[in-house]
Design a protein around this ligand. Structure first.
Ligand code: BES
Ligand code: ZN
Ligand code: ZN
Length: 479
């Protein structure tokens, strides 16, 4: 674990054991490690011309510092980074810069070591000392960033854990653990309660597994729980956050090919992101009402598994022909959306899910996809994506796409009835739109492209912990 602490006003005042990171205007690939006569170490790094530093390069620059410190096995580093006379950062303001600094130091410091036996031996980065003069608001922003970054790292821990160690019931424990010591309320529906609630799609997806489905609800009433009267008057409505919680996706009887299955322990990344987001919201004590819903199930193979061609009845009453057992995420989300609307009448609903491989085909691995009919909500999410670093980019959610899901034997099918793979990401969103609330704004975020980090992210390999930063900002600003 790397400690991230506030230090003296200038780098020069930092104690000798800290290697001082000096940013220059050289090219970002340029770097030198210098040992001074007094024994102090200086690491000079090119950051490019200040006028060219963008919000995006600022984030990766912070991460690059941590990465370099790890590569050089530096145990203690001192940095002094603010808006640094960079016009594009100055436009965002000091508070944004301090929060972003803290978030990205946390994200970059993260390593997943749960299954490594040789924990000692390799030197680890023990401490980052953050120097500079900060006013109380900047300090507050910095500590907010630390909380948000830590929450995203907990999300990564949950997603990086193997499927056998993160079954639906173990995910309920992870949720409770993450919220321990906060005033958030964690409620769990057992598989018999799921049955009683008529969540037939969640039940169908999980019935092949030994560890049966669970439905996790995390409530945060930071603005006060609405009284019966307030509820009736539509006051204090919560934001609903729904996260796909497939703890392992083998594909079911339509089994995934080898090479496409082993990473499916991360198929609960949406659910894990909601756990992290709720932890951050609770730790920050946001005066907002938010409820997270995580339909948790393992898409497994056994004699009890759902079959291709089976028809299941959703909580909403719609019948669904399961044409493909690997299109399971949309099924569990559908019931979660119905449940959220029925029992909590939210003011806005967002879902995040590693829903389709097709989203990677459409967008590559730099951005998640967002689909909504609400233009204002779309713009907010795209803007907050840019602001937070959890990028999202729109795809259409037009009614024209609905026709391909009209089933012959049931109301709708879970994939296109002609088995076309065209527009697969939109198809997933379109399926969900059949279950979306009629009047409440809703957006679907397909986070499969950002499920795991890529080298240019300058983060540890594995789960990326998205879109925790985006969701926390969304709740802060629009909750
Ligand atoms: N969990 C997968 C999607 C996925 C793929 C996430 C790669 C992250 C990386 C999802 O449940 C799935 O299998 N989707 C199918 C849908 C298809 C059957 C319509 C897919 O993407 O192939
Ligand atoms: Zn699947
Ligand atoms: Zn899946």
């Amino acid at each position: 674990m790397t400690k991230i602490t506030l230090g003296p006003k200038s780098l020069a005042e930092s104690p000798k054991k800290y290697c001082r990171i000096i940013l220059t205007e050289d090219k970002p690939s340029w770097h030198r490690l210098v040992e001074n006569a007094d024994g102090t170490l200086e690491y000079k790094m090119g950051a490019g011309k200040r006028k060219d530093i963008t919000t995006r390069t600022y984030r990766t620059m912070i991460r690059a510092i941590v990465q370099a410190a790890k590569a050089h096995q530096l145990e203690h580093i001192a940095i002094h980074i603010g808006v640094m006379g960079c016009p594009q950062l100055e436009a965002m303001g000091n508070n944004w810069a301090m929060r972003t600094l803290a978030e990205n130091l946390q994200l970059a410091a993260y390593e997943f070591t749960k299954y490594k036996t040789k924990k000692v031996g390799k030197m680890t980065l023990k401490e980052v000392l953050v120097c500079g003069k900060m006013n109380p608001a900047e300090k507050q922003s910095f500590s907010t960033g630390l909380i948000v970054g830590e929450a995203a790292n907990i999300t990564r821990d949950i997603a990086n854990t193997s499927g056998e160690d993160m079954t639906p019931s173990k995910l309920t424990i992870a949720a409770k653990t993450a919220l321990t010591g906060t005033k958030a309320v964690v409620k769990i529906l057992s598989s018999s309660e799921i049955k009683k609630a008529k969540m037939g799609l969640l039940e169908a997806v999980g019935k092949g597994a030994t560890d049966k489905p669970k439905f996790i609800i995390i409530e945060w009433w930071g603005a006060g729980k609405p009284t019966a009267g307030e509820k009736k008057a539509g006051k204090k409505k919560p934001v609903a956050l729904i996260g796909k919680g497939i703890t392992y996706d083998s594909g079911g009887l339509n089994v995934k090919p080898s090479g496409a299955m082993h990473e499916m322990h991360m198929d609960m990344s949406g659910g894990a992101a909601m756990i992290g987001t709720m932890r951050a919201i609770a730790k920050l004590g946001l005066k907002k009402n938010v409820v997270a819903f995580i339909p948790a199930a393992e898409n497994s193979i056994s004699a009890e598994s759902m079959r291709a061609g089976d028809i299941a009845t959703a909580m909403s009453g719609l019948t669904v022909e399961i044409l493909h057992t690997d299109a399971e995420g949309r099924m569990v989300l559908a019931d979660a959306m119905t449940y959220a609307e029925k029992h909590y009448t939210p003011k806005v609903m967002l879902d995040a899910a590693t829903l389709t491989g097709a989203s990677l085909v459409a967008l590559g691995q730099h951005t998640s996809a967002v689909m909504t009919k609400d233009k204002q909500l779309q713009d907010r999410l795209v803007d907050l994506g840019e602001d937070s670093g959890d990028l999202v980019w729109p795809l259409p959610l037009w009614d024209e796409y609905k026709a391909s899901l009209r089933s012959t034997r049931a109301d709708i099918s879970n994939i296109a009835t002609n088995f076309s793979r065209f527009g697969g990401c939109i198809e997933g969103g379109t399926f969900l739109s059949f279950f979306a609330p009629k009047k409440t704004p809703w957006a679907h975020i397909d986070i499969a492209p950002r499920m795991e980090s890529i080298p240019s992210d300058k983060l540890a390999k594995g789960a990326a912990g998205e879109p925790v930063r985006l969701l926390v900002k969304f709740v802060e600003q629009y909750g």
